[in-house]
Design a protein around this ligand. Structure first.
Ligand code: PGA
Length: 251
């Protein structure tokens, strides 16, 4: 049975305890809505425990990053096991902001994905090209290389989702043409099937980059789009709820 779409919010470095009200508001709407999508919010690490308590199972809570190590002398890092202990069930790995500002390479992202699996978390592995790479016509090759290097063997639909996030669309208000989203998602699907066989058909491929209430429906109904990773528009419950209400029922 195909998995429901996954609509995930990435709060990035935004939010404090006052923002828990948004978690409560989203949870209320989700629990009163038909179960059309899996809903996840990834707040900053400081809020994961309280967010999970507030959500009380009505929506899932995730991390935005994790260490590849389970514990030890890694000052400032948080392990996948710690996220799980705080109430997370998923973690974003390899977001372009981590790749860019923290020098994360594909092999580091693969190690973090393994850590997520070790802790029983769903890993949302991000890939995506820069504007220059798209203009040069290299976008498919770039994403294929990132996928090959960032997603370890044995990925399954139950432990992994891919987020295609063109770097130039993140936080810019720009989105690719729907035909470009469709062709990249088809390309990613082919890469997943080539690598993982039939299981590759079930792994969800989310689109991320300037998803908002106004464009959510057309994006979520694009072939091979299995959900969305939403940044700015996930910070306010009203916007985020409008986005997941646009999701197709259980495709
Ligand atoms: P955005 O961010 O929706 O604000 O463009 C998406 C992301 O970075 O995951």
């Amino acid at each position: 049975m195909p998995l429901k779409p996954l609509i995930a919010g990435n709060w990035k470095m935004n939010g404090d305890t006052a923002s828990l009200g948004e978690i409560e508001a989203i949870s209320e709407v989700v629990s009163a809505s038909p179960p059309r999508a899996d809903i996840l919010i990834c707040p900053p690490a400081t809020l994961i425990f309280q967010a999970a308590q507030t959500a009380a199972g009505r929506i899932a809570i995730g991390g935005q990053n994790c260490s590849a190590e389970p514990c030890g002398a890694f000052t400032g890092d948080v392990s996948a096991e710690m996220l799980r202990d705080a109430g997370a069930t998923a973690v974003i790995v390899g977001h372009s902001e981590r790749r860019r500002f923290h020098g994360e390479t594909d092999s580091m992202v693969a190690a973090k994905t393994l850590a997520a699996w070790r802790a029983g978390l769903l890993a949302i592995v991000c890939v995506g090209e820069t504007e220059g790479e798209r203009l040069a016509g290299d976008h498919q090759t770039v994403c294929k290389t990132q996928l090959r290097g960032s997603v370890p063997d044995r990925a399954k639909a139950g432990n992994t989702a891919i987020a295609y996030e063109p770097v130039w669309a993140i936080g810019t208000g720009k989105t690719p043409a729907l035909s470009d989203i469709a062709s990249m998602h088809r390309h990613i699907r082919e890469c997943l099937v080539e690598r993982f066989g039939p299981e590759g058909n079930s792994i969800r491929i989310l689109y991320g980059g300037s998803v908002k209430p106004e464009n959510a429906r057309e994006i979520l109904f694009t072939p091979e789009v299995g959900g969305a990773l939403v940044g700015g528009a996930s910070l306010k419950a009203a916007d985020f709820c409008a986005i997941f209400s646009a999701a197709p029922q259980g495709t």
